[in-house]
Write a protein that binds this ligand. Structure first.
Ligand code: GDP
Ligand code: IMO
Ligand code: MG
Length: 425
């Protein structure tokens, strides 16, 4: 299928990168369409771990043209340290394209992120402090500086100087330290010069690729329930990871998209604050965190853990037009005597099977669980459905029935080849 979107169906870190890596075999372009270096996308190949924040996860394949599209906010220091890291490990980034329309992140965005979080006190969002929200705010305020501005060095310097001076004033008024604007101008002028060979009209590139029959994989960062419009606002990121955002963020139209793959873990995690109905704070939650190695790739923070939530997944199907699920980390449930799947939410007014619109309702719901037998054997070596214990197959069948779309890929380990095809396309 020519155009596939991969989108997180929960609160992030579902294992999107591993599925992107798998699907990259059949795609020419792998395209990041939103977010920035708040993402941490991990691919493990022969014990080598690649943690990517900005460069699309398809980069590990020579045939792939990785594209950072217009909807992404780009932190140049991170981009170049990632390119340097990859090239030092023998992964070429020479084909990488960065949209001229992508907005750039500057040190003042990080300063504003930190000030906003400090001002929220106990109500802080728990952002990654990467400046993502402030960079998107500047885009919406129409004062952002874009990758394409790097093509005119004199103008770029003037823009950085002007914005830097204005932002330094605002930061000091808010109690922060003034910015060293001269240093920022010099440093970013150098980074901009390094950026110019990568800058491209990625919209024309993708459309002319499609016209020639190329396949495009749109790589979501973050996830459905971190979406600015559809997530648990205000505990969200500042972009639209949902499939609709893939169009705005890449310049492809809705009718170009054939397939939307939602990625879910076999359980649920969340980094940062916000409601989490199936959260576990007991020994089971601790086991999921330990066995699943649930620590943030970007911030190192421990992730909150809980049982799988099919109310969320049903809503993710509607919001994204999901055609299928990929379910990762089923192996992390190995050894649990009983496993639970949330099938509905109970409230004072009765049971809901729709995702509540109101934050206060969501914060107070009590999950309704289906309880299943766990499995005794380890799943790590399973490569076909028949190799799974009956209890693990029953788990997948309940999820498919509750969510209403087929599961195609099932992850049973972190390595590139640790998966099986549950149902074929
Ligand atoms: P992403 O942000 O959605 O790309 O996910 P992350 O890379 O942040 O987090 C997923 C973590 O789970 C990474 O450390 C992966 O290597 C790992 N992982 C992915 N799929 C599986 C799986 O099926 N089983 C296990 N045990 N680990 C997995
Ligand atoms: P990937 O792509 C998990 C969370 C942060 C915080 C909220 C807002 O690896 O799945 P931000 O810095 O974006 O303003 O933070 O969003 N968050 C993520 N959580 N995975 C991510 O990315 C995330 N990117 C942001 O923890 O709660
Ligand atoms: Mg991640």
């Amino acid at each position: 299928m020519p155009v596939t979107v991969v989108v997180g169906a929960q609160w992030g870190d579902e294992g999107k990168a591993k599925v992107i890596d798998l699907l990259s075999k059949e795609h020419t372009f792998v395209v990041r369409y939103q977010g920035g270096h708040n993402a941490g996308h991990t691919v493990v190949v022969d014990g080598e771990r690649y943690a990517l924040q900005l460069v699309p996860s398809g980069v590990l394949y020579e045939h792939v043209i990785p594209v950072i599209a217009n909807g992404v906010v780009v932190d140049l220091p991170t981009l170049f340290s990632e390119i340097d890291m990859l090239e030092a490990r023998g992964v070429s980034c020479s084909e990488l394209k960065v949209s001229s329309r992508a907005h750039l992140i500057f040190p003042w965005h990080q300063a504003h992120d930190a000030i906003a979080e400090a001002m929220r006190g106990d109500d802080k969002i728990g952002t990654t402090l990467k400046g993502i929200g402030p960079a998107y705010a500047d885009k919406a305020r129409r004062v952002g500086i874009r990758a394409g501005d790097a093509m005119d060095p004199a103008r770029f310097r003037a823009l950085v100087r002007e914005r830097g001076a204005a932002e330094s004033k605002l930061i000091t008024e808010a109690g922060g330290d003034p910015l060293d604007v001269d240093e920022i101008v010099e440093r970013f002028a150098e980074l901009a010069a390094r950026l110019t060979p990568y800058v491209s009209d990625t919209i024309s590139l993708l459309h002319s690729g499609l016209a020639r029959g190329a396949h495009v994989l749109l790589e979501g960062a973050q996830a459905t329930f971190l979406d600015l419009d559809h997530g648990t606002y205000p505990y969200v990121t500042s972009s639209n990871p949902t499939a609709g955002g893939a169009c705005a963020g890449s310049g492809l139209g809705p009718r170009d998209i054939d397939r939307v793959v939602g990625i879910t873990k076999a359980y649920t995690t969340r980094v940062g604050a916000g409601p989490f109905p199936t959260e576990l704070t007991d020994v089971d939650g601790e086991t999921l965190g330990r066995v699943g190695k649930e620590f943030g790739t970007v911030t190192g923070r421990p992730r909150r853990t809980g049982w799988l939530d099919c109310v969320m997944l049903r809503h993710a199907v509607r919001l994204n037009s999901l055609t299928e699920l990929a379910l990762t980390k089923l192996d992390v449930l190995d050894g649990f005597e009983r496993v639970k799947i949330c099938t509905g939410y109970r409230t004072m007014e009765g049971e809901l099977d729709d995702y509540p619109d109101r934050f206060d309702v969501l914060s107070a719901v009590e999950p309704v669980y289906a309880e299943l037998d766990g499995w005794a054997s380890a799943l790590g070596e399973a490569r076909e459905p028949g190799a799974l214990p009956a209890e693990a197959r029953a788990f997948l069948e309940v999820v498919e029935r509750e969510v209403g779309v087929p599961i195609r890929v099932v992850g049973v380990g972190a390595e590139r080849d640790d998966y099986l095809m549950w149902a074929s396309a």
